[in-house]
Design a protein around this ligand. Structure first.
Ligand code: DQA
Length: 144
C-alpha cells in the first residue's frame, strides 16, 4: 500500500490568504493543500490533509496517524506550537515521525514564539519559506 503522510494544521490557518498576508503570504490553505497533493503524486505518497482550531482534534489526529501506520506527520500547530504540552506528549506517545512546519520563522518574531513544544518532539523543522515550507517538509518526510 502507498505510504500516507498526515498534514495537520492548527488554529487560524483556515484564514490563510487574508490573515496577516505580510507575514503568511497570500496562498490559502486550499492552495497549499493542492500544491502538497500535486507534489505527493510525484513522490508516490498519499496525503491526509486536515485543519482544526481545536487542540484536542490535533491530538486525536496524531493518534490516528499512529493507528493508521502513517509514514510521517507534517505538523503546523500554529499558536499551539508555543503552548501545548498535550501536543508534545502526543508526539512522544507515537512512533510516527513528526516534522514541524511553519510558514513564517517564529524564531525571528516575538519572544513568545521562540519556544516550541512541538520542536521538543519533532524529528525535523522547516520554517520561514512561506507555503513552500510544506513542500520542503514533504520531501523530507518522503525520504524518511
Ligand atoms: C505559524 C507561526 C506561529 O507562531 C503562529 O502562531 C501561527 C502560524 C506559521 O506557520 O508561521 O499561527 O505556525
Amino acid at each position: 500500500m502507498q505510504p500516507v503522510v498526515y498534514v495537520l494544521n492548527g488554529p487560524n490557518l483556515n484564514l490563510l490568504g487574508t490573515r496577516e498576508p505580510a507575514i503568511y503570504g497570500r496562498d490559502t490553505l486550499a492552495d497549499i493543500e493542492a500544491n502538497v497533493r500535486a507534489q505527493a503524486k510525484g513522490l508516490g505518497v498519499g496525503i491526509e490533509f486536515r485543519q482544526s482550531n481545536h487542540e484536542g482534534a490535533l491530538v486525536d489526529w496524531l493518534h490516528e496517524a499512529q493507528a493508521n501506520r502513517a509514514k510521517a506527520v507534517l505538523l503546523n500547530a500554529a499558536a499551539y506550537t508555543h503552548t501545548s504540552i498535550a501536543l508534545l506528549d502526543a508526539i512522544k506517545a507515537i512512533s510516527v515521525p513528526v516534522i514541524e512546519v511553519h510558514l513564517s520563522d517564529p524564531s525571528t518574531r516575538e519572544a513568545f514564539r521562540h519556544h516550541s513544544y512541538v520542536g521538543m518532539g519533532a524529528v525535523a523543522e522547516v520554517k520561514g519559506l512561506g507555503a513552500d515550507s510544506y513542500l520542503v517538509a514533504l520531501k523530507k518526510a518522503a525520504a524518511l
